[in-house]
Design a protein. Structure first.
Length: 355
């Protein structure tokens, strides 16, 4: 494969120029005729298939020109015939096998961009974290936020985008702690819809952070922090703790507790668990009992996970009440179902307050 620099379509060969002729043979006409003849050639070319030279200049739509593996928007006052693909320092990009993520379009009459480089706009700055501030950076590519048409090319658009990412991050924290009304918990479609919404918002926030724009990245961090603080009461009421974006930890170990009395320290996906139920389990004397109770609880509809621990004295063989910490989602029918499951397994259980 190779690249070829084309002449303008209206260029005329000096040796074939005829002043008396009304119409001259231009390069554009010659190119079209040669391309058509090559495309209809019956003899095998290249690797045994009919081949045609790729005209990368004319493959770009109107208003764009080819520069480093893509069609970039033409700067103001530039045309396809005057535009040049240059490095960040202004030197022409002539080695077409060279990687040039910072290459951009310019022309002799172009005086530079105002806020950012519109022709090199990207949804991920290839050179690492870049800051724009209020004045922008004319040598840095404009940020594309989520959609190809959402180019943050002016100070107003840029800071509106930053504010939008901030609000999106706060909203994500709110959705992560949302508890559906009791009348709607029985709807089977509600749980997957909430899960899909949380995942969609989480991936949008991730894509915003991956633009490598300093201001947008700070908006993500601040938004998640503000949302976590604003919705902390809802989180405490549902027994959730830990980072809500990807996981939720079990209840924290109280001061003075021993390793044997620790509750669930595993990480439970918060995108599946909406709340927690605590049960006092009686009749357990060994680890096999905890395994039996755990299996019984996880069979209940709406139970995401369960952690059952023995009482301290039960470790020596005495029947001392243990603790079951059950993580549930919106499909959980109620604490009575969990108690019935424990009783069906041959043990007793009573509900405990969340604290």
């Amino acid at each position: 494969y190779g690249l070829m620099v084309r002449l303008p379509d209206d260029a005329v060969q000096a040796a074939g120029f005829n002043p008396a002729a009304q119409r001259q043979t231009t390069f554009g006409r010659w190119w079209d005729n040669a391309s058509s003849a090559l495309a209809s050639h019956e003899a095998p070319l290249g690797c045994g298939l009919n081949s045609r030279a790729a005209d990368l200049t004319h493959s770009c739509p109107a208003g764009k020109s080819y520069c480093w593996m893509q069609c970039m928007p033409l700067p103001p006052v530039c045309t396809q015939s005057t535009a040049q693909c240059v490095h960040k320092d202004g030197s022409p990009w002539t080695n077409f096998s060279e990687m040039c993520p910072t290459c951009t379009l310019t022309c002799p009459a172009f005086q530079g961009w105002d806020f950012c480089d519109r022709s090199a706009a990207s949804d991920m700055v290839m050179t690492g974290f870049t800051t724009y501030g209020f004045r922008g950076s004319s040598s840095s590519p404009c940020v594309i936020l989520f959609f190809q048409s959402w180019v943050l090319e002016t100070p107003a658009k840029f800071w509106i985008g930053v504010l939008g990412v901030l609000l999106l991050s706060i909203f994500l924290e709110g959705v992560a702690t949302f508890q559906p009304p009791k009348g709607l918990k029985g709807l089977p479609v509600l749980v997957p819809l909430l899960y899909a919404l949380r995942m969609s918002l989480a991936y949008c926030v991730m894509l915003a952070a991956m633009t490598f724009c300093v201001e947008i990245f700070i908006a993500v961090i601040v938004g998640l922090g503000v949302g976590h603080f604003a919705f902390s009461k809802h989180r405490s009421a549902s027994g959730l703790s830990g980072p809500s974006l990807c996981c939720s930890h079990g209840a924290p170990m109280s001061r003075g507790s021993t390793p044997s009395s620790r509750r669930d320290t595993r990480i439970t996906p918060c995108l599946q668990a909406d709340g927690r139920v605590l049960l006092r389990v009686v009749g357990m004397t060994c680890s096999s009992c905890t395994y039996t109770v755990t299996n019984a609880l996880t069979e209940v509809t709406g139970v995401v996970s369960a952690c059952v621990t023995l009482g301290r004295a039960a470790e020596s063989g005495a029947a001392v009440p243990g603790l079951a910490e059950v993580w549930i989602n919106a499909g959980f029918p109620g604490v009575e179902a969990a108690i019935s499951a424990v009783e069906d397994a041959g043990f007793g259980a009573i509900s405990l307050p969340q604290d």
